[in-house]
Design a protein around this ligand. Sequence first.
Ligand code: KG4
Ligand code: ZN
Length: 337
Amino acid sequence: MTKDTYILGIETSCDETAVAIVKNGHTIIVNVVASQIESHKRFGGVVPEIASRHHVEQMTVVLEEAFRKSELSWSDITAIAVTEGPGLVGALLVGVNTAKALAFAKQKPLVPVHHIAGHIYANQLVESLKFPLLALIVSGGHTELVIMKAHGQYEVIGETRDDAAGEAYDKVARMLGLAYPGGPKVDQLAHEGSETIDFPRAWLEPGSYDFSFSGLKSAVINTVHNAKQRGEDLKPADIAASFQASVVDVLTQKTRQAALQYNVSQVIVAGGVAANKGLRTSLKAAFADTSIPLLIPPIELCTDNAAMIAAAGTIAYEQGRRADLDLNANPSLILGI
Ligand code: KG4
Ligand code: ZN
């Protein structure tokens, strides 16, 4: 019988200080997330220096809470997995340095994890991954379609050429006067309005799985400004509904097309925007008439957390991936390297 693995995950790439322990890559023992949303709200977005300072303040508190809730001790922990990148460098450094200090003090293996691999492996906390799979990653910093033929292998077949989907949501939200983070608020507002404005959809060249959201963002801004100048009254809920329809339409159609072309055994969705109700509904409908199973994690596993880092870290650990104590944060780490 093989021994159980208990991986401690640490995530500090943006504005959540998170620590989790995951058993055998599938079972969450504990998942603690300290959000900094309240501190960044008044600035309308994440302020990197403030994020780093909060991570420093919160890290030991979150770590202690995780161990207390788990009822495990250090002797149970197999290895420490930490987000190496991408993200805000000062924020990442807090997690990386914590993980290195703990690995040294407790004599545990140190496993570096790519943040997006973490988002992908959030799905493994729900159901086993089936290869080949297609992952749609939609977060504040990323919009990507990735083919995986095996654990730990990532082939990016499409990505955004400008703004990430979540970034577009946050910018449109700010324009509508909604507080940070705007994505969930635009989502909510969209359900109170209807698609009265025909915003553009950037399909790009035929067959391309890349995305572009900056044209849509500009179209929303121009529409609002023009309406204001003409003294017209546009309902914010209708703007939100029309914007969301455009984003969801492109994400859904490209994902479906890629899944059929690559003949995958599973489609998984990951990242903060995977929490979007409109996107979840639209993807479910798009795959209903196919034989391809669609997996979307529960909302709390879509946004940043450390259980996903521990889940991805388990596979990396089993594949022999290790970092030395000279591990550094890498704000522009590429997936698959
Ligand atoms: O994955 P995540 O927590 O952090 C990054 O790695 O970026 O994603 C955060 C992004 C933010 O842009 C946020 O506005 C967006 O996900 N988001 C949403 C929703 N919930 C979070 N966007 C649209 N609809 C939502 N319900
Ligand atoms: Zn993320």
